[in-house]
Design a protein around this ligand. Structure first.
Ligand code: ADP
Ligand code: MG
Length: 799
């Protein structure tokens, strides 16, 4: 449908309206200088001859048929969503206002606008049961590049209109009208009054009101109306109801369920003679340009658009040069069906202007427009939503609402399987746990160094410092290590097992999905193509049958025209055939619908296949991730094991070192004990000797007293004995002192050794916990070195 509309001839149509000589011209004795070839749309003026789409008036077609031939198609198009424009062009007094009907004084029935209104409402009346309509009108005037609203509710009063700047006067509180272009290139008038109308009377009132305010200007402003353009715009919005059943089966009615919006511009242009005159008159050029910039720009636009060469070169079209051309951008070379009515006066005094008008009009014929159906953006949205709804409903029907349920069921099944697997795993763990527990109780009973199963920490705590035996600790440490490693190893295998299982599950799912994918079949494109072809074939067949029907109908008509009695039979046969054909058409239609349905289902299954493909992709990625994790875990375990072994080795070494140091210390202790014993013995000996000496002295004192009393020769011997005694005494004193000193030293060493022992115990504890004790440079305990040196010093003292 749209294609048909787009391919139709969409050049601007030009009709010439030749008015009769009017009173003034007759009075002046003017002659008719325009010749119209009867039966042909040809106008001759002097030596110039022009052919247009239509010529009305004079010896051409009667003016009354203008509406039927030129405007009715536009009105019909409006109902199909096509914009339209009617432009009346010509010099002042050539009959533009008369032709359009924008002048109130001309009455409501003669002009095109009143006829448009009549036709519009008649059509609306006939369609109102199928379609919802909304009508808006706006009426503006462009004067001196100012857009004036002719439908303002408070019309301009006399004082405003009579002022020389009447065109610039705006109604207070109302912002000036601005021309705006929306993002999709649609030109709108912001700020103009749009009156919603629902009846012919209302629309006529709008036309009347606007015409009056324009007419006032015209009479009071020194014929300035010839310089203003009046645009009466009718906006028709229609909401086509769902599935309208067409009465006549015309293609127009198939276009259903739509929201369309189309505009009809009815333009009464300013008098064209001004443009020409101001253009040639240097003095008045600027003023003329300013006053009637629009008409000049229109001329430029028409020549830019009308010149085929320029158009092909993509020359610039100066729409933006004036408000008029900007407003009529769509009407000239755009999205509109446009009719230009060139109004001319036949009087010889206007010959020059008439010729110019005809030249202009002739150029306008070359303008190519591109009318399209105007769907409201909201309507487009609605159309889309409706299509979506339809699609979803079809989908729901096809699925029976079960697709989602199916997916959920699958998911439940999968989860249940996973749950079962996990449960089995749990059972396995439990059984393993009991085995380990049993093993542990056995081990506890058989081994003197009891190792609890709870792990390393508790084992360490369970070793009493009091029964600290290096050898035993070594064994205990080993079994702790072994136990820990085993646990870790076990854990690792379990993890690997689980991940393997997971991998297996993923593989299984992948296989499932891939097999499901196969079900969808490989060659979807070919299938699609096949269906498309099938539909095409059906379409062709349907068309052929329709043609056959039409042919038969025509034949029947011919036959009935003949009205012979014997032909009745043939007619009956044809009628029967017609009936059959009609049935066949119906059948084909049904078939076609079925095919469309099938195609739709195909699309759905394609989508499902795509989803499946995505799922497969996802599972594959999961699989890769899992494999990566397994690898990572194995690597981590390997590293952990290596480091653990290293640590174990270190601990063993340290244990051996500790033992060696202990032995050394023991030996040292032994030696010190021996020294102490020796010294104690020596001290005892010395004490004994001292006692002996004291005894000896006592006796010698007794001897001396007797000797001193008796004889003097004994005096010398006494002196010597005393000296000996004194010496001995001195020696004893020294010895006692030495022993005491030694004793003190010895007790100091003892204390040091006790401290060292404590330190060693601590070191050992660290070692057995798997921690390395604080170390010196050469690996020996800092304390140990200190004390061993101290002990060496002691030894030096003793020896
Ligand atoms: P314009 O709007 O082009 O300046 P008008 O429409 O005002 O011209 O017409 C000027 C005069 O000519 C008016 O008096 C009008 O009645 C008269 N006139 C125009 N066209 C016709 C026609 N086709 N038949 C009879 N009179 C006409
Ligand atoms: Mg006029």
């Amino acid at each position: 449908m749209e294609a048909a509309a787009a391919s139709e001839d969409c050049c601007v149509k030009v009709a010439v309206h030749v008015r009769p000589l009017i009173g003034d011209e007759k009075l002046q004795g003017c002659k008719d200088c325009v010749a119209v070839t009867p039966g042909k749309p040809q106008v001759q003026i002097g030596t110039h001859s022009f052919t247009f789409d239509h010529v009305y008036g004079s010896t051409g077609s009667p003016s009354s048929s203008m509406f039927e031939e030129c405007i009715v198609p536009l009105v019909d198009g409006l109902f199909q969503g096509y914009n339209a424009t009617v432009l009346a062009y010509g010099q002042t007094g050539s009959g533009k206002t008369y032709t359009m009907g924008t002048g109130f004084k001309d009455g409501c029935q003669t002009g095109l606008i009143p006829q448009v209104m009549n036709a519009l409402f008649a059509k609306i009346e006939s369609l109102k049961h199928q379609i919802e309509f909304q009508l808006h009108v706006s009426f503006i005037e462009i004067l001196k590049e100012e857009v004036r609203d002719l439908l303002v509710s408070t019309p301009l009063n006399k004082s405003d209109t009579t002022s020389p700047n009447a065109g610039k006067v705006h109604v207070p509180g109302k912002p000036p009208i601005q021309i705006r272009e929306s993002s999709n290139g649609v030109i709108t008038l912001a700020g103009s009054t749009e009156v919603s109308v629902s009846a012919l009377k209302e629309m006529a009132a709008c036309l009347e009101q606007g015409s009056l305010s324009r007419a006032t200007g015209s009479t009071n402003m020194n014929n300035q109306s010839s310089r203003s353009h009046a645009i009466f715009t009718i906006t028709l919005e229609q909401m086509r109801k769902l599935n309208p059943i067409s009465g006549d089966g015309s293609p127009n009615d198939i276009m259903s369920e739509e929201y369309l919006c189309a505009k009809l511009h009815l333009v009464d242009l300013a008098g064209s003679e001004r443009a020409k005159r101001t253009g040639s008159d240097g003095m008045r050029f600027k003023e003329g340009v300013h006053i009637n910039k629009g008409l000049l720009a229109l001329g430029n636009v028409i020549s830019a658009l009308g010149d085929e060469k320029k158009r092909k070169e993509g020359a610039h079209v100066p729409y933006r040069d004036s408000k008029l051309t900007r407003l009529l951008q769509d009407s000239l070379g755009g999205n509109s069906r446009t009719v230009m009515i060139a109004c001319i006066s036949p009087a010889d005094i206007n010959a020059e202007e008439t010729l110019n008008t005809l030249k202009y009009a002739n150029r306008a014929r070359n303008i190519q427009n591109k009318p399209v159906v105007n769907r409201d953006p909201m309507s487009n949205e609605m159309l889309k939503m409706r299509q979506q709804l339809e699609y979803l409903q079809a989908e729901l029907c096809a699925r029976g609402g079960s697709d989602e349920v199916q997916v959920l069921k699958e998911r439940i099944a999968w989860l249940e399987a996973a749950n079962e697997d996990l449960f089995q795993e749990l059972q396995e763990f439990r059984s393993r746990c009991t085995i380990v527990d049993n093993r542990e109780t056995d081990a506890q009973e058989s081994s003197p160094c009891s190792i609890k199963s709870d792990g390393l920490k508790r084992n360490l705590q369970s070793i009493e410092p009091s029964d600290y035996h290096m050898g035993e600790t070594m064994i205990a440490g080993d079994s702790i290590e072994i136990d820990d490693t085993a646990a870790k190893e076990w854990e690792h295998t379990l993890l690997q097992n689980t991940m393997d299982k997971e991998l297996h599950e993923l593989n299984r799912r992948l296989e499932d999905k891939e097999s499901e994918m196969k079900l969808f079949g490989g060659d979807t494109v070919a299938l699609k193509h096949h269906f498309g072809k099938k539909i095409q074939e059906l379409e062709d067949e349907k068309r052929a049958v329709q043609q056959e029907r039409d042919r038969l109908l025509a034949e029947i008509e011919n036959l009935s025209a003949g009205s012979d009695g014997q032909k009745q039979k043939v007619q009956d046969i044809h009628a029967q055939k017609l009936k059959y054909l009609e049935a066949r058409i119906l059948e084909l239609k049904k078939k076609q619908e079925n095919q469309v349905q099938l195609l739709r289902q195909k699309q759905k299954s394609d989508e499902a296949a795509k989803r499946l493909q995505d799922e497969i992709q996802f599972i594959k990625s999961q699989k890769v991730q899992l494999q990566h994790r397994i690898k990572q875990e194995a690597e981590q375990f390997r590293q952990w094991k290596a480091s653990r072994e290293k640590e174990l080795l270190q601990l063993r070494k340290e244990g051996r070192r500790n033992e060696y140091e202990r032995h050394k210390l023991q030996a040292l202790n032994q030696r010190q004990k021996m020294v102490l014993q020796r010294k104690t013995e020596e001290a005892a000996m010395a004490t004994k000797r001292l006692k002996e000496l004291l005894e000896a002295r006592k006796s010698s004192v007794r001897d001396n007293s007797t000797i001193a009393n008796g004889n003097g020769t004994n005096g010398q011997t006494n002196e010597k004995a005393l000296q000996r005694w004194l010496n001995h005494e001195l020696e004893v004193m020294v010895n006692v002192h030495e022993v005491r000193f030694e004793y003190e030293k010895q007790s100091q060493v003892r204390a040091a050794l006790a401290e060292e022992l404590a330190v060693l115990k601590q070191v050992d504890e660290f070692a057995s916990k798997g921690l390395s004790p604080p170390r010196g440079k050469n690996g020996f305990s800092r304390y140990l070195i200190l004390h061993v040196t101290e002990c060496k010093n002691c030894q030096n003292i003793f020896t």
